[in-house]
Design a protein. Structure first.
Length: 284
């Protein structure tokens, strides 16, 4: 089973206009943000060996496709902070990207290893569609770092899927209900949605096994919803080291991921202070 060693989330509410004056500058800023988060996580864990690093996103595809952001420039900026430069950055699977990254790592590391997933959703171009949308309400932006130990491939309880119909969220909920009926996990998170949309959860899912829907406090934070939920539950004492729970994520386009994870006895988790412009200048 996947062992969750560390989870941290840094809100990044916005990038000031001055930092968006060119794609080159924005790429450097994004790289510095990601690099600083990786470095802080690794320092907290006494710099353990990491065998696989991947960065994923939901909202950052257009800046890359348009050529505004450059991965080589981002990678170079990350390398100023840490040798753990992600081997790639994908937004293909949207909010479920971390699950597909773990599935890729499972295939690349059949004997297991330590994995670091970075979930970065930064509204680099300040696009209004991403700030608030009828599909999910207000959004939240930031960076999650997730450190896990991957067991041998045949011991990983992980499922990644794509919808077979236009009712993707319904298929996700039905799959999660089935998963929970046989899972060792105690509680499961759900994507953060406003009340008028979250009713689907009460229709499909056992309420006593659901983590809180924190949309009212955080908005919809895309792939980081999962890890914000886990940090919140740990902070509240509702889930404890050594216990097993189900990490999930789903995208409105029909991708989803489900995985049982055991919380490491020495797990480190927490919310980091929102990053403001002054801190970014210091990091640069």
């Amino acid at each position: 089973m996947l062992r969750l060693e560390g989870i941290h989330y840094r809100p990044v509410p916005h990038l000031p206009v001055a930092e968006r004056d060119s794609g080159e500058n924005a790429s450097r800023i994004v790289g510095d943000l990601i690099g600083a988060e990786i470095a802080q996580t690794m320092t907290a864990h006494d710099s353990p060996q990491v065998d696989f690093v991947m960065a994923v996103s939901t909202i950052m595809d257009m800046p890359f496709v348009s050529g505004y952001l450059s991965w080589p420039l981002i990678a170079a900026a990350i390398a100023r902070h840490t040798p753990l430069v992600p081997r790639g950055f994908t937004a293909s699977y949207e909010c479920a990207g971390w699950g597909f990254a773990l599935d890729y790592a499972r295939r690349r590391l059949p004997q297991g290893g330590r994995v670091l997933i970075v979930v970065a959703d930064l509204n680099v171009l300040d696009i209004s569609f991403w700030r608030k949308n009828d599909n999910w309400g207000p959004s939240g932006f930031g960076v999650s770092t997730v450190l896990l130990t991957l067991p041998p491939a045949d011991q990983v309880a992980l499922s990644v899927n794509v919808a077979k119909s236009v009712q993707g969220m319904g298929e996700y909920c039905a799959d999660l209900r089935k998963w929970l009926s046989t899972s060792e996990g105690g509680r499961a998170n759900v994507p953060f949605l406003p009340p008028e949309m979250a009713g689907i959860y009460s229709h499909f899912l056992p309420k006593d096994r659901m983590m809180r829907d924190l949309h009212g406090a955080w908005g919809h934070c895309f792939g980081s919803d999962t890890w914000i939920s886990f940090i919140d539950e740990i902070d509240r004492g509702d889930i404890v080291p050594g216990s097993v729970h189900c990490a999930t994520s789903a995208s409105l386009r029909g991708y989803w991921a489900l995985s049982d994870v055991v919380l490491d006895q020495a797990i480190l988790s927490g919310f980091r202070a929102p990053l403001d412009a002054a801190e970014r200048e210091d990091a640069a």
